[in-house]
Design a binder for this molecule. Structure first.
Ligand SMILES: *Cc1c(COP(=O)(O)O)cnc(C)c1O
Length: 379
């Protein structure tokens, strides 16, 4: 396998994958090897400045170019319309659980939330501190399968300030394959674990936010894509750094942004463009997920997915071994051959393979081969 990447003026050629493990962690997650090599190559001397990017002033022209290029690449990859601002903010996606209600609540109307799992619940708990929250729907359970109720069963409020949902629940491995229709109510989406994994129409959303450490880059920075009409005065006593308006007015440079995280995001976005953009990754992601789910279904006396096939996640493949006592052996053997971090979340147990954009198909194929072999030996 030959990989080549050209970012700005430098080219890194590489004949062989250098790392020995495939990391299936849900986040912080695997980064493309080309990006890590690029960062390594320019660590001590970034673009002949004699400094690392970490040491460059955030208000200088050099960092400005890095920041603007990352935004331009994200805009291109997602076809973000002009009437949306893109913010790169410190704090994780969890910070957005507070920022969304603080900036959108008007002191009168309530907000609608869809509860599909643990991240939704955290967002709901946080919003409830600042205003009235109406939970319009919850994940249902039938015939041992979790599923998202169809929208005609939701109890939506036409007068809601916004509707918040989590398109992909990272822990449960449950993902919407459709977009909620909310009419004039702005749709707010926590896309942390699925942004850039499939095409989305930004126009369908009021706000999209995503912590970077799953599909964009490294921890420490969160991307917020916000329609301009939603940028307004936040609730009284909102801390300055929690105001979208303040950040928008200063192009995310009100205070020192997490410059290194921003730079790494830029490298990943350039890498994505180089590899064919969102559509190319989507096709690859479909193949990767299909490889694992087909195998789970084929060996259904051995592996079980508890998520309804209509809402299985493309990014976080969650499954259990029918005989749970074998799970520790499964994880141990996988680890030995370099398939690492497959343990399910402590709440859900089981096995979870997070297969974000940076997980190569080779890694997924190797996991599928191992799963087949393990089932044949132990089944
Ligand atoms: C990981 C994750 C978060 C939390 O992100 P932090 O950066 O740790 O705050 C929130 N929502 C979803 C959907 C996630 O996957």
């Amino acid at each position: 396998m030959t990989l080549q990447i050209k970012l700005e003026s430098r080219t890194i050629d590489k004949v062989e994958r250098m790392r020995k493990v495939y990391n299936f962690s849900a986040g912080p997650a695997m980064l493309p090897e080309e990006v890590l090599l690029q960062a390594q190559a320019e660590m001590l001397d970034w673009h002949e400045t004699g400094m690392s990017i970490m040491e460059l002033g955030h208000r200088g022209p050099e960092f400005k170019r890095v920041a603007e290029k990352a935004e331009a690449d994200l805009r291109e990859l997602m076809s973000i319309p002009k009437n949306y601002q893109v913010l790169f903010l410190a704090g994780g996606a969890t910070t957005q659980f507070s920022m969304v209600p603080l900036n959108l609540f008007d002191g009168k109307r309530s907000a609608d939330y869809v509860d599909t799992g643990i991240w939704s619940k955290k967002a709901i708990a946080e919003a409830s501190r600042y205003g009235r929250v109406n939970v319009v729907a919850q994940t249902q359970h039938q015939d041992r399968l979790d599923y998202i109720p169809a929208q005609d069963q939701w109890t939506m409020n036409e007068d809601a300030v916004y509707l918040h949902y989590t398109p992909n629940e990272t822990i449960g491995g449950i993902e919407f394959q459709w977009i909620p229709q909310t009419g004039n109510v702005p749709l707010v989406a926590d896309m942390t674990s699925m942004i850039l994994s499939r095409p989305v129409n930004v126009n369908d959303y009021g706000i999209i936010y995503a912590g970077a450490q799953k599909n964009i880059g490294q921890a420490g920075i969160t991307v917020v894509i916000i329609r301009e009409d939603l940028i307004k005065e936040p609730l009284p006593k909102t801390p300055a750094l929690y105001s979208y308006k303040l950040h928008a007015e200063h192009n995310s440079f009100y205070n020192t942004p997490p410059t290194y995280s921003w730079y790494i995001s830029g490298l990943v976005l350039a890498w994505m463009k180089h590899k064919g953009g969102v559509q190319a990754f989507y096709q690859q992601n479909l193949r990767k997920a299909k490889t694992l789910y087909s195998l789970i279904d084929q060996y259904k006396d051995f592996y079980i997915s508890r998520v309804h096939p209509d809402c299985r996640s493309l990014m976080n493949v969650m499954f259990h071994l029918c005989n749970e006592t074998l799970t520790p052996h499964f994880l141990e053997e996988a680890e030995k051959i370099g398939l690492t971090n497959l343990r399910g979340h402590r709440v859900s147990g089981g096995v979870r393979a997070s297969i974000y954009n940076a997980m190569p198909e080779d890694g997924v194929n190797m996991l599928a081969d191992f799963m087949m072999d393990f089932a044949r030996r132990k089944g």
